[in-house]
Design a protein around this ligand. Structure first.
Ligand code: HEM
Length: 477
Protein backbone atom coordinates (compact mmCIF):
# COMPACT_ATOMS: atom_id res chain seq x y z
CA UNK A 1 0.00 0.00 0.00
CA UNK A 2 2.81 2.35 0.98
CA UNK A 3 4.59 1.61 -2.32
CA UNK A 4 1.40 2.40 -4.18
CA UNK A 5 1.14 5.82 -2.52
CA UNK A 6 4.81 6.50 -3.16
CA UNK A 7 4.44 5.73 -6.88
CA UNK A 8 1.24 7.77 -7.08
CA UNK A 9 2.88 10.75 -5.33
CA UNK A 10 5.93 10.53 -7.57
CA UNK A 11 3.73 10.37 -10.70
CA UNK A 12 1.80 13.47 -9.57
CA UNK A 13 5.02 15.22 -8.64
CA UNK A 14 6.61 14.43 -12.03
CA UNK A 15 3.51 15.66 -13.84
CA UNK A 16 3.48 18.91 -11.87
CA UNK A 17 7.20 19.56 -12.26
CA UNK A 18 7.39 18.72 -15.96
CA UNK A 19 4.33 20.72 -16.94
CA UNK A 20 5.91 24.16 -16.71
CA UNK A 21 9.02 22.90 -18.52
CA UNK A 22 7.23 21.60 -21.55
CA UNK A 23 4.03 23.64 -21.34
CA UNK A 24 2.72 25.76 -24.22
CA UNK A 25 3.67 29.02 -22.47
CA UNK A 26 7.37 28.47 -23.19
CA UNK A 27 7.05 27.34 -26.80
CA UNK A 28 5.49 30.59 -27.99
CA UNK A 29 8.37 32.65 -26.58
CA UNK A 30 11.72 33.36 -28.15
CA UNK A 31 13.91 32.19 -25.25
CA UNK A 32 17.72 32.51 -25.36
CA UNK A 33 19.40 29.37 -26.82
CA UNK A 34 20.20 26.39 -24.60
CA UNK A 35 23.45 24.38 -24.64
CA UNK A 36 21.60 21.02 -24.69
CA UNK A 37 18.13 19.49 -24.48
CA UNK A 38 16.89 19.58 -20.89
CA UNK A 39 16.24 16.24 -19.17
CA UNK A 40 12.87 15.63 -17.55
CA UNK A 41 12.65 16.91 -13.98
CA UNK A 42 16.28 18.04 -13.60
CA UNK A 43 16.58 20.08 -16.81
CA UNK A 44 20.27 21.00 -17.20
CA UNK A 45 21.25 20.48 -13.56
CA UNK A 46 23.34 17.41 -14.42
CA UNK A 47 25.57 19.62 -16.61
CA UNK A 48 26.46 22.08 -13.84
CA UNK A 49 30.06 21.28 -12.87
CA UNK A 50 32.04 23.45 -10.44
CA UNK A 51 33.36 26.04 -10.91
CA UNK A 52 30.16 27.27 -12.51
CA UNK A 53 31.71 30.32 -14.22
CA UNK A 54 34.05 28.06 -16.23
CA UNK A 55 31.19 25.69 -17.13
CA UNK A 56 29.09 28.66 -18.24
CA UNK A 57 31.93 29.92 -20.44
CA UNK A 58 32.16 26.51 -22.12
CA UNK A 59 28.35 26.48 -22.67
CA UNK A 60 28.60 29.89 -24.28
CA UNK A 61 31.48 28.71 -26.49
CA UNK A 62 29.54 25.59 -27.51
CA UNK A 63 26.79 27.94 -28.73
CA UNK A 64 29.12 29.89 -31.04
CA UNK A 65 30.16 32.30 -28.28
CA UNK A 66 26.53 33.13 -27.48
CA UNK A 67 26.60 36.13 -25.07
CA UNK A 68 23.32 34.96 -23.51
CA UNK A 69 21.86 31.49 -23.05
CA UNK A 70 19.17 29.82 -20.99
CA UNK A 71 19.13 26.79 -18.72
CA UNK A 72 16.44 24.88 -16.94
CA UNK A 73 17.50 24.17 -13.38
CA UNK A 74 14.89 21.78 -12.03
CA UNK A 75 11.72 23.83 -11.84
CA UNK A 76 13.43 27.16 -12.52
CA UNK A 77 14.44 28.95 -15.70
CA UNK A 78 17.85 30.63 -15.63
CA UNK A 79 19.47 33.05 -18.04
CA UNK A 80 23.23 33.48 -18.11
CA UNK A 81 24.76 36.64 -19.58
CA UNK A 82 28.43 37.06 -20.49
CA UNK A 83 28.71 40.26 -22.51
CA UNK A 84 29.19 43.87 -21.46
CA UNK A 85 26.46 45.22 -23.72
CA UNK A 86 23.81 42.78 -22.40
CA UNK A 87 24.94 43.33 -18.80
CA UNK A 88 24.43 47.04 -19.39
CA UNK A 89 20.97 46.36 -20.83
CA UNK A 90 20.21 44.32 -17.67
CA UNK A 91 21.19 47.00 -15.20
CA UNK A 92 20.03 50.18 -16.97
CA UNK A 93 16.64 49.90 -18.69
CA UNK A 94 15.78 46.55 -16.97
CA UNK A 95 17.34 47.30 -13.58
CA UNK A 96 14.06 47.40 -11.64
CA UNK A 97 12.56 44.32 -13.31
CA UNK A 98 15.78 42.42 -12.51
CA UNK A 99 16.21 43.73 -8.97
CA UNK A 100 14.64 40.72 -7.21
CA UNK A 101 16.52 37.79 -5.70
CA UNK A 102 15.48 34.14 -6.23
CA UNK A 103 14.44 32.25 -3.10
CA UNK A 104 16.89 29.68 -1.72
CA UNK A 105 17.21 27.48 1.36
CA UNK A 106 20.07 29.64 2.65
CA UNK A 107 17.88 32.74 2.19
CA UNK A 108 15.11 31.09 4.19
CA UNK A 109 17.07 29.80 7.19
CA UNK A 110 20.25 31.86 7.41
CA UNK A 111 18.90 35.16 6.10
CA UNK A 112 15.81 35.24 8.32
CA UNK A 113 13.23 34.27 5.71
CA UNK A 114 14.53 36.64 3.01
CA UNK A 115 14.49 39.70 5.26
CA UNK A 116 18.17 40.72 4.94
CA UNK A 117 19.46 43.32 2.48
CA UNK A 118 21.13 40.64 0.30
CA UNK A 119 18.13 38.32 0.11
CA UNK A 120 15.06 40.61 0.39
CA UNK A 121 12.86 41.03 -2.67
CA UNK A 122 13.01 44.45 -4.27
CA UNK A 123 10.59 46.77 -2.45
CA UNK A 124 10.15 49.01 0.58
CA UNK A 125 11.76 46.63 3.09
CA UNK A 126 14.89 46.21 0.94
CA UNK A 127 15.03 49.99 0.33
CA UNK A 128 14.88 50.67 4.09
CA UNK A 129 17.61 48.15 4.83
CA UNK A 130 19.81 49.46 2.08
CA UNK A 131 19.41 53.04 3.35
CA UNK A 132 20.01 51.93 6.93
CA UNK A 133 23.20 50.03 6.09
CA UNK A 134 24.46 52.90 3.95
CA UNK A 135 23.89 55.41 6.76
CA UNK A 136 25.18 53.26 9.61
CA UNK A 137 28.00 51.33 7.93
CA UNK A 138 29.00 52.16 4.37
CA UNK A 139 28.87 55.98 4.14
CA UNK A 140 32.24 57.75 3.83
CA UNK A 141 31.55 59.37 7.17
CA UNK A 142 31.06 56.00 8.92
CA UNK A 143 33.99 54.40 7.11
CA UNK A 144 36.24 57.28 8.17
CA UNK A 145 35.08 56.69 11.73
CA UNK A 146 36.18 53.04 11.52
CA UNK A 147 39.64 53.92 10.16
CA UNK A 148 41.30 53.39 13.54
CA UNK A 149 39.89 49.85 13.64
CA UNK A 150 41.32 49.04 10.19
CA UNK A 151 44.71 50.53 11.09
CA UNK A 152 44.84 48.68 14.37
CA UNK A 153 43.94 45.33 12.78
CA UNK A 154 46.55 45.87 10.07
CA UNK A 155 49.13 46.62 12.75
CA UNK A 156 48.23 43.28 14.40
CA UNK A 157 48.79 41.60 11.03
CA UNK A 158 52.19 43.25 10.56
CA UNK A 159 53.25 42.31 14.07
CA UNK A 160 52.35 38.67 13.49
CA UNK A 161 54.24 38.70 10.19
CA UNK A 162 57.30 40.21 11.84
CA UNK A 163 57.38 37.67 14.68
CA UNK A 164 59.87 35.25 13.12
CA UNK A 165 61.10 37.27 10.19
CA UNK A 166 63.39 39.88 11.73
CA UNK A 167 66.62 37.96 11.18
CA UNK A 168 65.85 36.20 7.93
CA UNK A 169 63.06 34.91 5.71
CA UNK A 170 60.29 33.07 7.56
CA UNK A 171 57.46 30.98 6.13
CA UNK A 172 53.96 32.32 6.74
CA UNK A 173 50.50 30.91 6.08
CA UNK A 174 48.55 33.85 4.70
CA UNK A 175 44.92 32.71 4.83
CA UNK A 176 44.64 32.48 8.60
CA UNK A 177 46.25 35.93 8.97
CA UNK A 178 43.80 37.45 6.48
CA UNK A 179 40.97 35.63 8.19
CA UNK A 180 41.80 37.24 11.54
CA UNK A 181 42.24 40.64 9.90
CA UNK A 182 38.89 40.64 8.11
CA UNK A 183 36.77 38.93 10.76
CA UNK A 184 38.11 41.12 13.54
CA UNK A 185 37.67 44.22 11.38
CA UNK A 186 33.98 43.43 10.77
CA UNK A 187 33.32 42.33 14.35
CA UNK A 188 34.94 45.45 15.76
CA UNK A 189 32.92 47.62 13.37
CA UNK A 190 29.74 45.88 14.44
CA UNK A 191 30.30 45.24 18.12
CA UNK A 192 33.55 46.90 19.14
CA UNK A 193 35.04 43.51 20.08
CA UNK A 194 37.81 41.32 18.71
CA UNK A 195 37.80 37.55 18.59
CA UNK A 196 41.00 35.80 19.58
CA UNK A 197 42.50 32.46 18.57
CA UNK A 198 39.97 29.62 18.47
CA UNK A 199 37.05 32.01 18.37
CA UNK A 200 37.97 33.23 14.91
CA UNK A 201 38.47 29.69 13.63
CA UNK A 202 34.96 28.73 14.76
CA UNK A 203 33.40 31.77 13.14
CA UNK A 204 35.46 31.08 10.02
CA UNK A 205 34.27 27.46 9.77
CA UNK A 206 30.70 28.60 10.14
CA UNK A 207 31.11 31.24 7.44
CA UNK A 208 32.86 28.74 5.17
CA UNK A 209 30.01 26.29 5.31
CA UNK A 210 27.26 28.86 4.86
CA UNK A 211 29.06 30.55 1.95
CA UNK A 212 29.58 27.18 0.26
CA UNK A 213 25.79 26.63 0.33
CA UNK A 214 24.94 30.10 -1.00
CA UNK A 215 24.98 30.78 -4.75
CA UNK A 216 23.36 29.20 -7.74
CA UNK A 217 24.71 25.64 -7.69
CA UNK A 218 22.39 23.84 -5.22
CA UNK A 219 20.09 21.27 -6.80
CA UNK A 220 17.92 21.27 -3.64
CA UNK A 221 16.89 24.85 -4.40
CA UNK A 222 15.41 23.76 -7.73
CA UNK A 223 14.03 20.26 -7.15
CA UNK A 224 11.66 20.39 -4.17
CA UNK A 225 11.62 16.60 -3.69
CA UNK A 226 15.33 16.71 -2.77
CA UNK A 227 14.37 18.58 0.39
CA UNK A 228 12.83 15.36 1.70
CA UNK A 229 15.44 12.98 0.31
CA UNK A 230 18.66 14.79 1.29
CA UNK A 231 19.70 16.27 4.64
CA UNK A 232 20.71 19.60 3.05
CA UNK A 233 17.82 21.67 4.40
CA UNK A 234 18.26 20.21 7.91
CA UNK A 235 21.96 21.10 7.91
CA UNK A 236 21.24 24.69 6.86
CA UNK A 237 18.64 24.90 9.66
CA UNK A 238 21.25 23.70 12.17
CA UNK A 239 23.72 26.30 10.92
CA UNK A 240 21.13 29.03 11.31
CA UNK A 241 20.83 28.17 15.02
CA UNK A 242 24.61 28.33 15.60
CA UNK A 243 24.70 31.63 13.69
CA UNK A 244 21.97 33.17 15.84
CA UNK A 245 23.95 32.59 19.04
CA UNK A 246 27.01 34.18 17.51
CA UNK A 247 24.98 37.15 16.36
CA UNK A 248 23.37 37.68 19.76
CA UNK A 249 26.82 38.31 21.26
CA UNK A 250 27.47 41.18 18.84
CA UNK A 251 24.38 43.24 19.27
CA UNK A 252 25.61 45.88 21.73
CA UNK A 253 26.02 48.76 19.34
CA UNK A 254 22.89 48.24 17.27
CA UNK A 255 20.76 47.70 20.37
CA UNK A 256 21.22 51.31 21.36
CA UNK A 257 19.65 52.30 18.04
CA UNK A 258 16.80 49.92 18.79
CA UNK A 259 16.06 51.73 22.04
CA UNK A 260 15.53 54.96 20.12
CA UNK A 261 13.49 53.49 17.24
CA UNK A 262 12.17 50.07 18.30
CA UNK A 263 9.76 49.67 15.37
CA UNK A 264 12.40 50.31 12.80
CA UNK A 265 15.32 48.42 14.36
CA UNK A 266 13.60 45.12 15.15
CA UNK A 267 15.59 42.14 16.49
CA UNK A 268 15.37 40.36 13.14
CA UNK A 269 16.54 43.44 11.24
CA UNK A 270 19.56 43.89 13.50
CA UNK A 271 20.54 40.22 13.45
CA UNK A 272 20.12 40.24 9.68
CA UNK A 273 22.50 43.19 9.33
CA UNK A 274 25.15 41.42 11.39
CA UNK A 275 24.79 38.10 9.56
CA UNK A 276 25.07 39.85 6.18
CA UNK A 277 28.09 41.88 7.22
CA UNK A 278 29.89 38.74 8.35
CA UNK A 279 28.88 36.60 5.39
CA UNK A 280 29.39 39.24 2.71
CA UNK A 281 32.29 41.10 4.29
CA UNK A 282 34.83 38.47 5.29
CA UNK A 283 35.27 35.69 2.71
CA UNK A 284 35.21 38.31 -0.09
CA UNK A 285 38.06 40.28 1.48
CA UNK A 286 40.10 37.21 2.48
CA UNK A 287 39.89 35.87 -1.08
CA UNK A 288 40.83 39.19 -2.67
CA UNK A 289 43.82 39.65 -0.37
CA UNK A 290 44.99 36.10 -1.01
CA UNK A 291 44.75 36.48 -4.79
CA UNK A 292 46.52 39.85 -4.68
CA UNK A 293 49.47 38.44 -2.69
CA UNK A 294 49.58 35.32 -4.85
CA UNK A 295 49.93 37.46 -7.96
CA UNK A 296 52.61 39.65 -6.37
CA UNK A 297 54.61 36.53 -5.48
CA UNK A 298 54.26 35.19 -9.01
CA UNK A 299 55.26 38.59 -10.48
CA UNK A 300 58.26 39.93 -8.51
CA UNK A 301 58.63 42.78 -11.04
CA UNK A 302 55.15 44.05 -10.07
CA UNK A 303 56.05 43.74 -6.39
CA UNK A 304 59.25 45.76 -6.91
CA UNK A 305 57.38 48.46 -8.82
CA UNK A 306 54.75 48.70 -6.07
CA UNK A 307 57.44 48.95 -3.38
CA UNK A 308 59.32 51.64 -5.31
CA UNK A 309 56.10 53.65 -5.65
CA UNK A 310 55.46 53.44 -1.90
CA UNK A 311 59.08 54.21 -0.93
CA UNK A 312 59.20 57.19 -3.30
CA UNK A 313 55.87 58.71 -2.26
CA UNK A 314 55.97 57.95 1.47
CA UNK A 315 59.63 57.59 2.38
CA UNK A 316 61.04 55.44 5.17
CA UNK A 317 59.90 57.24 8.29
CA UNK A 318 56.25 56.41 8.55
CA UNK A 319 53.74 53.71 7.74
CA UNK A 320 51.43 54.10 4.75
CA UNK A 321 48.04 55.58 5.67
CA UNK A 322 44.63 55.47 4.01
CA UNK A 323 44.86 59.01 2.65
CA UNK A 324 48.07 58.03 0.79
CA UNK A 325 46.22 55.56 -1.40
CA UNK A 326 44.92 58.16 -3.85
CA UNK A 327 48.56 59.04 -4.59
CA UNK A 328 49.54 55.42 -5.22
CA UNK A 329 48.02 54.60 -8.62
CA UNK A 330 50.11 51.47 -9.18
CA UNK A 331 48.92 49.98 -5.87
CA UNK A 332 45.34 50.76 -6.90
CA UNK A 333 46.05 49.10 -10.26
CA UNK A 334 47.14 45.92 -8.43
CA UNK A 335 43.87 45.84 -6.49
CA UNK A 336 41.80 46.40 -9.66
CA UNK A 337 43.75 43.79 -11.60
CA UNK A 338 43.13 41.30 -8.77
CA UNK A 339 39.40 42.09 -8.82
CA UNK A 340 39.39 41.69 -12.63
CA UNK A 341 41.10 38.30 -12.78
CA UNK A 342 39.65 36.88 -9.57
CA UNK A 343 36.19 38.34 -8.90
CA UNK A 344 35.15 36.54 -5.71
CA UNK A 345 31.48 36.51 -6.84
CA UNK A 346 32.21 35.40 -10.43
CA UNK A 347 28.57 35.26 -11.54
CA UNK A 348 27.45 38.06 -9.17
CA UNK A 349 24.68 37.25 -6.67
CA UNK A 350 21.70 35.71 -8.53
CA UNK A 351 18.97 38.16 -9.59
CA UNK A 352 15.37 37.29 -10.45
CA UNK A 353 12.90 38.92 -12.83
CA UNK A 354 9.67 40.26 -11.36
CA UNK A 355 8.04 40.49 -14.82
CA UNK A 356 8.59 39.32 -18.40
CA UNK A 357 11.29 41.37 -20.14
CA UNK A 358 13.43 41.38 -23.26
CA UNK A 359 17.23 40.99 -23.23
CA UNK A 360 19.28 41.07 -26.44
CA UNK A 361 16.04 40.53 -28.38
CA UNK A 362 15.16 37.34 -26.41
CA UNK A 363 12.18 36.85 -24.13
CA UNK A 364 13.08 36.44 -20.46
CA UNK A 365 10.08 35.23 -18.49
CA UNK A 366 8.87 36.47 -15.12
CA UNK A 367 10.50 34.47 -12.28
CA UNK A 368 13.65 33.59 -14.27
CA UNK A 369 16.98 33.66 -12.46
CA UNK A 370 19.70 35.89 -13.94
CA UNK A 371 23.40 35.12 -13.59
CA UNK A 372 26.02 37.51 -14.99
CA UNK A 373 29.33 35.80 -15.70
CA UNK A 374 31.66 38.73 -14.96
CA UNK A 375 34.56 36.29 -14.64
CA UNK A 376 34.19 35.45 -18.36
CA UNK A 377 33.63 39.11 -19.30
CA UNK A 378 36.83 40.11 -17.48
CA UNK A 379 38.77 37.64 -19.67
CA UNK A 380 37.13 38.49 -22.97
CA UNK A 381 39.96 38.93 -25.55
CA UNK A 382 37.82 41.34 -27.58
CA UNK A 383 37.60 43.69 -24.59
CA UNK A 384 40.93 43.25 -22.78
CA UNK A 385 44.47 43.18 -24.12
CA UNK A 386 46.32 40.04 -22.91
CA UNK A 387 43.31 39.16 -20.76
CA UNK A 388 44.92 36.22 -18.95
CA UNK A 389 47.95 38.25 -17.84
CA UNK A 390 48.35 40.04 -14.51
CA UNK A 391 49.16 43.57 -15.69
CA UNK A 392 48.27 46.39 -13.23
CA UNK A 393 49.70 48.86 -15.80
CA UNK A 394 46.52 48.50 -17.85
CA UNK A 395 44.76 50.72 -15.29
CA UNK A 396 47.07 53.65 -16.03
CA UNK A 397 44.29 54.36 -18.50
CA UNK A 398 41.55 55.27 -16.03
CA UNK A 399 38.81 54.34 -18.51
CA UNK A 400 39.67 50.68 -17.93
CA UNK A 401 38.41 50.93 -14.31
CA UNK A 402 34.81 51.07 -15.55
CA UNK A 403 35.16 47.63 -17.12
CA UNK A 404 35.80 45.89 -13.78
CA UNK A 405 32.34 44.71 -12.73
CA UNK A 406 33.25 42.53 -9.73
CA UNK A 407 30.85 44.45 -7.47
CA UNK A 408 27.96 44.32 -9.95
CA UNK A 409 26.13 47.37 -11.29
CA UNK A 410 22.74 48.90 -10.72
CA UNK A 411 20.64 49.19 -7.59
CA UNK A 412 21.58 45.77 -6.15
CA UNK A 413 25.31 46.29 -6.65
CA UNK A 414 27.65 45.80 -3.71
CA UNK A 415 27.52 48.51 -1.03
CA UNK A 416 30.83 47.19 0.39
CA UNK A 417 32.95 48.51 -2.50
CA UNK A 418 34.36 51.48 -0.53
CA UNK A 419 35.27 49.38 2.49
CA UNK A 420 36.89 46.77 0.23
CA UNK A 421 39.12 49.30 -1.56
CA UNK A 422 40.15 50.92 1.70
CA UNK A 423 40.97 47.74 3.60
CA UNK A 424 42.53 45.76 0.76
CA UNK A 425 44.69 48.67 -0.49
CA UNK A 426 45.90 49.60 2.98
CA UNK A 427 46.64 46.01 4.04
CA UNK A 428 48.41 45.23 0.78
CA UNK A 429 50.36 48.52 0.77
CA UNK A 430 51.47 47.95 4.38
CA UNK A 431 52.67 44.42 3.66
CA UNK A 432 54.62 45.60 0.61
CA UNK A 433 56.13 48.52 2.53
CA UNK A 434 57.16 46.55 5.61
CA UNK A 435 58.40 43.22 4.22
CA UNK A 436 60.39 41.57 1.49
CA UNK A 437 58.41 38.75 -0.08
CA UNK A 438 59.34 35.57 -1.92
CA UNK A 439 57.64 32.35 -3.02
CA UNK A 440 58.40 29.31 -0.85
CA UNK A 441 59.95 27.52 -3.84
CA UNK A 442 61.20 28.20 -7.34
CA UNK A 443 58.01 27.12 -9.03
CA UNK A 444 55.13 29.51 -9.69
CA UNK A 445 52.09 29.29 -7.43
CA UNK A 446 49.06 27.58 -8.95
CA UNK A 447 46.59 30.22 -10.17
CA UNK A 448 43.65 27.87 -10.60
CA UNK A 449 40.73 28.36 -8.27
CA UNK A 450 39.15 25.94 -5.81
CA UNK A 451 35.39 26.05 -5.14
CA UNK A 452 34.24 29.41 -3.71
CA UNK A 453 36.86 31.23 -5.80
CA UNK A 454 39.76 30.55 -3.47
CA UNK A 455 43.27 29.77 -4.66
CA UNK A 456 43.59 26.02 -5.28
CA UNK A 457 46.20 25.71 -2.49
CA UNK A 458 46.14 27.85 0.65
CA UNK A 459 48.69 30.59 0.15
CA UNK A 460 52.09 30.34 1.85
CA UNK A 461 54.93 32.81 1.42
CA UNK A 462 58.38 33.72 2.72
CA UNK A 463 58.72 37.16 4.31
CA UNK A 464 61.51 39.18 5.88
CA UNK A 465 61.11 42.47 7.74
CA UNK A 466 62.32 45.75 6.27
CA UNK A 467 63.73 48.35 8.72
CA UNK A 468 60.49 50.36 8.78
CA UNK A 469 58.81 47.57 10.76
CA UNK A 470 60.72 48.74 13.84
CA UNK A 471 58.75 51.97 13.76
CA UNK A 472 55.56 49.96 14.22
CA UNK A 473 57.10 47.76 16.86
CA UNK A 474 58.31 50.85 18.71
CA UNK A 475 54.86 52.43 18.50
CA UNK A 476 53.40 49.29 20.10
CA UNK A 477 56.02 49.07 22.82
C1 HEM B 1 36.12 41.91 -2.88
C2 HEM B 1 35.11 42.30 -2.18
C3 HEM B 1 33.67 42.17 -2.60
C4 HEM B 1 33.13 41.79 -3.78
C5 HEM B 1 33.85 41.38 -5.06
C6 HEM B 1 31.69 41.86 -3.63
C7 HEM B 1 30.79 41.54 -4.63
C8 HEM B 1 29.42 41.66 -4.50
C9 HEM B 1 28.49 41.35 -5.54
C10 HEM B 1 28.86 40.85 -6.92
C11 HEM B 1 27.25 41.58 -5.07
C12 HEM B 1 25.92 41.39 -5.81
C13 HEM B 1 25.74 42.41 -6.90
C14 HEM B 1 24.51 42.09 -7.72
O1 HEM B 1 23.62 41.42 -7.26
O2 HEM B 1 24.45 42.53 -8.87
C15 HEM B 1 27.38 42.04 -3.71
C16 HEM B 1 26.33 42.38 -2.90
C17 HEM B 1 26.46 42.76 -1.61
N1 HEM B 1 27.65 42.95 -0.92
FE1 HEM B 1 29.52 42.69 -1.67
N2 HEM B 1 31.39 42.28 -2.37
C18 HEM B 1 32.56 42.50 -1.71
C19 HEM B 1 32.71 42.94 -0.42
C20 HEM B 1 31.68 43.26 0.42
C21 HEM B 1 31.84 43.74 1.77
C22 HEM B 1 33.20 43.99 2.44
C23 HEM B 1 30.59 43.92 2.28
C24 HEM B 1 30.16 44.38 3.64
C25 HEM B 1 30.91 44.44 4.69
C26 HEM B 1 29.63 43.56 1.24
C27 HEM B 1 28.26 43.61 1.35
C28 HEM B 1 27.36 43.33 0.35
C29 HEM B 1 25.91 43.41 0.51
C30 HEM B 1 25.16 43.83 1.77
C31 HEM B 1 25.35 43.06 -0.73
C32 HEM B 1 23.86 42.96 -1.08
C33 HEM B 1 23.37 44.18 -1.83
C34 HEM B 1 21.88 44.11 -2.20
O3 HEM B 1 21.37 43.02 -2.50
O4 HEM B 1 21.23 45.17 -2.21
N3 HEM B 1 30.34 43.17 0.13
N4 HEM B 1 28.71 42.08 -3.38
Amino acid sequence: METYFLILSLAIFFFISLKPLFGKRHSKFNLPPSPARPLPLIGHLHLLKQPLHRTFLSFSQSLDSAPIFSLRLGNRLAVVVSSYSIAEECFTENDIVLANRPESIVGKYIEYNFTTVTSAPYGDHWRNLRRLSTLEIFSSHKLNGFLSVRKDEIRHLLLRLSKNSQHGFAKVEMRSLFMDLTINNILRMMAGKRFYGDGTEQVRQLIDEVVSYAGAGNATDYIPILRWITSFEKRVQELSRVGSNEATLMMDHLLSLQEIQPNYYTDITLKGIIVVMILAGTETLIGTLEWAMLNLLNHPEVLTKARTEIDTKIGFDRLIDEQDIKNLPYLQGIVLETLRLHPVAPTLVPHMTSDDCILAGYDVLCGSMLLVNVWAMHRDPYIWEDPEMFKPERFENEKENQKVLSFGIGRRSCPGVGLTHRLVSLALGSMVQCFKWERIGEEYIDTREAPMMRPATPLQAMCKTRPIVHKILDAFA
